[in-house]
Design a protein around this ligand. Sequence first.
Ligand code: NDP
Length: 451
Amino acid sequence: MAITDHVDFNGFMEGVKRRNPHQPEFVQAVQEVAEDIFAFIQDKEEYHEQQILRRIAEPDRVVSFRVCWEDDNGNIRVQRGYRVQNNNAIGPYKGGIRFHPSVNESVLKFLAFEQTFKNALTGLPMGGGKGGSNFNPKGKSVREIMRFCQSFMTELYRHIGADVDVPAGDIGVGGREIGYMFGQYKRITNQFTVVLTGKGLEYGGSLIRPEATGYGAVYFLANMLAVKDMTLEGKTAVISGSGNVATHAAEKVVHLGGKPVTLSDSAGFIHDPEGLTLEKIDWVKKHKTYRRGRIADYCDEFKGATYHEGKTPWGVACDVALPCATQNELLGDDARTLVANGCIGVSEGANMPTNLEGVHVFKDARILFAPGKAANAGGVAVSGLEMSQNSERRSWSETELQQMLKDIMSGIHSNCLTYGEMGGGYVDYVKGANIAGFKKVADAMLAFGVV
Ligand code: NDP
């Protein structure tokens, strides 16, 4: 069959849309990857013949289950839980668990698809998966969260395992929730195995796992700037989100001499023109995590800052931007505003925070733009290192792990250069990440034949 018989991007996308009705996030994620992969595989017959992209864009399996739990008032509540196992060509499925009311099959399929490429980019042997529930932890008591986590794991445990699938945290799932789920897994199976990462240090967790995603996104940004002989020193950074990724990204920007001036949550953003210091960031971490507070309260604590209800921070002038909250939080107009205001680099701490139109604005403006699958891979990379430490029954020091994280982020950056250098000094990091991630998974799939 002639290659042109297979090479029809529009036909491919029509098929993806037809097979996945009402799943816009998943279709968006596949389209972003397919745009680059179609060009790359034009002259590579084996990828066509074996329908590799078509196969990666169809999850190995999607498990959906009922999660019943009892609230503090004795009411029985019913939620839906999921695990999407997208691809295990290069290692056990690996990817976080998200608890958020917006969770549905489309969101988790997009995240598991992205995770497959991201994990390949780290160079570690991890396949791609993602899970979660539409459970909303906001406003729930600690006991309610514990009961929910236990009920969720009572079903999930059948589908995971050290060599099968190793989940971690994500939005709404931090160290506490991982602890409750690990406790329940251990109770049901009577096994202390590496079945979750992001664990507490006392029971097999790794140092710097909480910091790794945010720090990694800033290391990636620093790597991109270095190609242009620039550093973060003195640069103003606009950051969205105020959770795990955002606060650690802000911290690393400060470490490297930059000035973060915004943070946000789902209700609005704060602008602190003097810049967030390590002390201020520490206050946000405690306020959001332990006091379950809102970012608006920052302005009562630190004078000079302003709160902008219902708005995102992309209109604030900056040199660099780090979207670290959630998917599709940075749209085409936001991207145009950032570029018009002189932003030279964007590093995605969140997964798919920029919509397709925004990605094209950044590409057309030829600014430094790192997609999440490359920029936020530091978290899963340290999760991979947590698995290695658990298997070896040892713990590496913080210094060792910091160096490994830096090396992994530099390695991902180099991988992106391999396939993303476009000439004239411009690097298309989206293309570079998509092709490097795809190639590794695709070549493993070729080796297995049609399975
Ligand atoms: P957290 O739950 O710690 O924080 C999420 C932050 O995003 C909160 O500030 C939250 O605000 C905000 N947010 C959530 N939904 C929305 C929304 N619809 N609009 C605006 N803001 C919103 O999550 P993480 O920091 O762990 O994750 C953030 C992003 O990073 C996600 O895309 C996640 O998939 C990605 N990521 C996380 C990794 C990790 O290691 N944790 C690894 C790789 C990627 P509010 O408090 O109001 O809900």
